[in-house]
Design a protein around this ligand. Structure first.
Ligand SMILES: [Zn+2]
Length: 316
């Protein structure tokens, strides 16, 4: 159903949206009735079907209440933009590929990332979960010189996990990662690395009673108080994996998260000078991409499916 040929054809693009939005057939956005009449097409977008609900008499169309409604760019440009975001092209590359004004491309990419972050399902982790934090250089938009200078100085330390030094204020925002072994990941930009900051995030993300693996950084020292079984690995002593119960498996480590950090590092690489304001959008987008475990066209389908969901949730 979903192929790239279809996405450069407006009519087929609208069909893709309809199929993903209403897999059981079109139903009313307001009262969910399936008693729907087709009522002509949009005046400026001939492939955009309009509907009238026979139950509540209200009108809507293919794009009503979606992120794709009310923009001057054709739907196919939005969808291609989303496809390229899934392939991890930078905003600048997308502008070139789609022959868009760079500011337009930037705006569209931001809206799409925002949409994904607002719609993505809340992830709850349980079982064996690793927690760790890294620091990313991210300044403020509108101060490109300061950002560039900081990046040159900091490039080698990006995502390296320099202890306790990074804060949002210092333009080196910490990112907290929580990953269920063989499962999903949750990443959040933090104001700072303090227990009071991570406490609510960890409690909202990791089910009580889970086993949480961290290094010996003291922000994690209250995990037992918060309802978790806590195991630590001592990075400083060169101890990366320890066989604690003597069964031959080295379970005390944060290697799963270390592996994820290198994926995140690669993912962020094409995007130069991400501001603190935008960083959470890049993180949230990658979190979804990683958790959905799809690439290319299959990922695009999941991204569109998510964006045409009715009610956006508002989480960080
Ligand atoms: Zn209705």
């Amino acid at each position: 159903m979903l192929n790239i040929q279809a996405l450069i054809d407006d009519a087929r693009c609208f069909q893709v949206i309809r199929d993903l939005r209403w897999p059981q057939g079109v139903c009313c956005l307001h009262c969910h009735s399936a008693q729907i009449l087709q009522q002509g097409h949009d005046e400026t977008q001939p492939a955009r079907q309009r509907y009238l609900c026979r139950s509540c008499s209200r009108r809507f169309d293919d794009l009503t209440e979606t992120i794709f409604a009310g923009h001057h760019q054709p739907l196919r440009v939005w969808v291609l933009c989303l496809y390229f975001l899934g392939l991890n092209l930078s905003n600048e590359q997308i502008a070139r590929e789609l022959d868009l004004d760079p500011d337009d491309a930037q705006r569209m990419c931001t809206q799409l990332r925002q949409g994904i972050v607002e719609h993505k399902p809340q992830v709850v982790l349980s079982g064996a979960v690793e927690c760790d934090e890294v620091y990313v250089i991210a300044g403020h938009k509108g101060h490109p010189e300061a950002v560039q200078k900081k990046q040159r100085l900091g490039r080698r330390r990006r995502l390296k996990g320099e202890r306790g030094r990074g804060t949002l204020e210092k333009e080196k925002p910490p990112i907290l990662g929580m990953i269920q072994r063989t499962g999903e990941v949750v990443i959040r930009m933090l104001e700072n690395v303090q227990q009071a900051t991570i406490d609510p995030i960890i409690r909202a993300t990791i089910r009580p009673g889970s086993v949480v693996y961290t290094d010996e950084y003291d922000i994690y020292s209250r995990l037992p108080e918060w309802g978790y079984l806590h195991h630590t690995v001592c990075h400083a002593a060169g101890e990366f994996a320890r066989d604690e119960d003597g069964d031959g498996f080295c379970e005390v480590h944060v290697n799963t998260l270390e592996g994820f950090w290198s994926l995140l590092r690669s993912w962020l690489r094409p995007h130069r000078g991400i501001s603190q304001e935008k960083l959470p959008l890049y993180l949230g987008f990658f979190e979804f991409v990683h958790n959905v475990r799809k690439r290319g066209k299959a990922l695009l389908k999941s991204l569109i499916e998510l964006l045409v969901q009715p009610t956006p949730r508002n989480t960080g």
